[in-house]
Design a protein around this ligand. Structure first.
Ligand code: IPD
Ligand code: CA
Ligand code: CA
Length: 263
């Protein structure tokens, strides 16, 4: 990792700075625009924070590529498996950012030739920084997160995107009925990155979400891996961070138990 110490240091300071910018923004009037529907929202802060990262990354590391949700980088098509790639969600949980002014995060990850190097998920309202360097453990605000311990569904608090629970064209929603029935409690935070960070830190025992994108999961995968959790798709196929994927992240034995109901 020594090799990427400078990238890591810069990424951390940009992430914290971006968090301060979002914290300032919520004190003002947030202008909302619609992308594809009334529930697909974007703000000038989503674009502004992404541009902030792009500007800094391009200045420091001109040969690196950027994959950001808002597509503000004018990078030409590139092969993520053969390059240095920064994967950025400037605001994960934009709906929460607008409506609740909390429960959102900034997700930043750095990959080399398709392999994880480091990731950050920052909740600027709680001032909680989840971070991991591949092979170096995962941390919340400098405190090391312990290895994930087993738990059964009956003692688990799990996060499920409620869209799974109504008839949909992606998955048989009835398979979720016994899961909801048997779990101790079901929650949905609305920031997939934060949900992954919460699974890594034991605040949630599992999270399941629909078709997530690279920027939703790139940092979360690295952080979870460092506590011994390997997320999969809900059909137990491995996740490729550069492809859209359903996502199931859970404590080791709970993962198996959930897959049993989902098969
Ligand atoms: C969304 C959040 C949400 C998840 C959606 C994502 P955004 O990201 O992570 O929890 O269920 O699939 O698109 O749009 O707020 O960055
Ligand atoms: Ca997102
Ligand atoms: Ca976003």
């Amino acid at each position: 990792m020594n090799q990427f110490h400078y990238e890591y240091k810069m990424a951390k300071s940009w992430t914290l700075q971006a968090g301060s910018m979002l914290k300032e923004a919520i004190a003002e009037n947030i202008k909302v625009e619609y992308k594809t529907s009334l529930s697909d929202l974007v703000t000038e802060q989503d674009r502004g924070i992404e541009n902030y990262f792009i500007h800094n990354i391009k200045k420091e590391f001109p040969d690196h590529f950027i994959l950001g949700e808002e597509g503000q980088s004018n990078d030409r098509e590139f092969n993520p498996y053969e390059n240095y790639v920064w994967i950025i969600d400037p605001i994960d949980g934009t709906t929460n950012f607008i409506h609740q002014k909390r429960n959102f995060s900034i997700s930043v990850a750095f990959y080399k030739n398709g392999k994880p190097i480091f990731g950050f998920i920052y909740d600027p309202i709680q001032e909680e920084l989840f971070e991991a360097i591949k092979g170096g453990g995962a941390y919340i605000n400098q405190s090391k997160l312990p290895e994930a311990k087993p738990a059964g569904l009956g003692e688990a608090v799990i996060s499920i995107n409620p869209m799974w629970l109504i008839p949909n064209n992606k998955f048989d929603h009835q398979k979720f009925i016994p899961i909801v029935d048997k779990a101790r409690a079901v929650r949905y935070l609305g920031s997939a990155a934060l949900e992954m960070a919460y699974v890594a830190s034991g605040r949630l025992d599992a999270m399941l979400d629909f078709r997530l994108s690279s920027w939703d999961i790139a940092a979360g995968l690295i952080i979870l891996n460092e506590v011994g959790i390997i997320p999969t798709k809900v059909n137990n196929e491995p996740i490729d961070v550069f492809q859209h994927a359903t996502t199931l992240a859970a404590r080791p034995n709970l993962h198996e138990e959930l897959l049993f109901y989902l098969k």
